[in-house]
Design a protein around this ligand. Structure first.
Ligand code: ZN
Length: 286
């Protein structure tokens, strides 16, 4: 099962999350029938949303939107604080040659654009933050967003590795943040260690990749585990929810659906679940 491990350094000056998200991304790939580059780009965005969701509390939701001028065009991921994430990519059929390491590259396909985050904390106006895409590789774009818009010095690594048959081999990532009371000297040592960390794609290939990531971040046994909790691709849509949106179209439109279409089919864009409304279902909505 996918999970997030929340940790803190023994001295309390740094904190890190390690995420295992293979099933999350695999589920997204199955539902949206994504091709290789789209799978990786969507998967990375889902992991980014899971990282931001883990930073929130209560019933908050986080929406991450990657808008680009490249082939990918647009990706949306929505996460809650309980590890659930849903999302979709506007162009599911983007496929591109892999790099020499076998990694699927996405930066060039994302191109230039914006990384936007909407935090809905149950207030009237949700908080919105936006930063330009730095590399289009999503992980670096999230780190830049956190460091500039959220003003928390952060390092992020996330990736999705595919098998030869394009199924998801492994997906995961990490977030490292400096705590406000960390002394300068420790910060520079720590940053030097992060700079020298092996690439995330290499760490993800380890047998226990969360442990490999955390050991690389802190040094072996230099941290405490605070919490471990599940992550999953999960959509909260339901027939009732879509019924309410159909009702929202107004009586005339619903009557049209009955007389002209003899029913309605609604597909959830986040999870591709199909909901069928019969004439009788629609009559009840009037
Ligand atoms: Zn859904």
């Amino acid at each position: 099962m996918d999970k997030i491990i929340k940790t803190i350094s023994n001295n309390g000056h740094f904190r890190a999350y390690a995420l295992e998200a293979t099933q999350t991304v695999s589920e997204a790939q199955k539902r949206h029938k994504t091709w290789s580059s789209s799978t990786v780009a969507l998967g990375r965005t889902l992991i980014a949303a899971q990282i931001l969701g883990a930073n929130q509390k209560g019933d908050d939701t986080i929406t991450v939107r990657v808008q680009s001028n490249g082939a990918i065009t647009s990706i949306i991921a929505v996460a809650d604080t309980r590890g659930n994430v849903k999302g979709y990519i506007k162009e599911p059929n983007v496929d591109y040659k892999r790099g020499s390491t076998g990694e699927v590259l996405v930066g060039d396909l994302v191109g230039q654009g914006w990384f936007s985050v909407v935090k809905d904390m149950g207030l009237k106006t949700p908080y919105t933050g936006q930063t330009p895409l730095i590399s289009g590789e999503i992980g670096e774009d999230l780190a830049y967003y956190l460091t500039t818009s959220d003003q928390t010095p952060s390092a992020v690594g996330l990736n999705v590795l595919l098998n030869e048959d394009e199924s998801v081999h492994v997906a995961g990532g990490f977030l490292v943040q400096v705590m406000p009371d960390a002394p300068e000297a420790e910060i520079s040592d720590f940053e030097a260690r992060i700079q020298k960390m092996p690439a995330i794609s290499k760490l993800l290939r380890s047998h226990d990749h969360s442990k490999a990531i955390l050991d690389a971040i802190y040094g072996q046994d230099q941290y405490k585990i605070l919490e471990e909790s599940p992550l999953a691709f999960h959509c909260d849509c339901s027939k009732e929810r879509f019924a309410a949106s159909i009702q929202g179209l107004g009586k005339i439109e619903v009557e049209k659906l009955i007389t002209e279409n003899h029913g309605a089919e609604v597909i959830c864009q986040f999870c591709e679940t199909v909901y069928n409304f019969s004439e009788n279902d629609l009559k009840e909505l009037i």
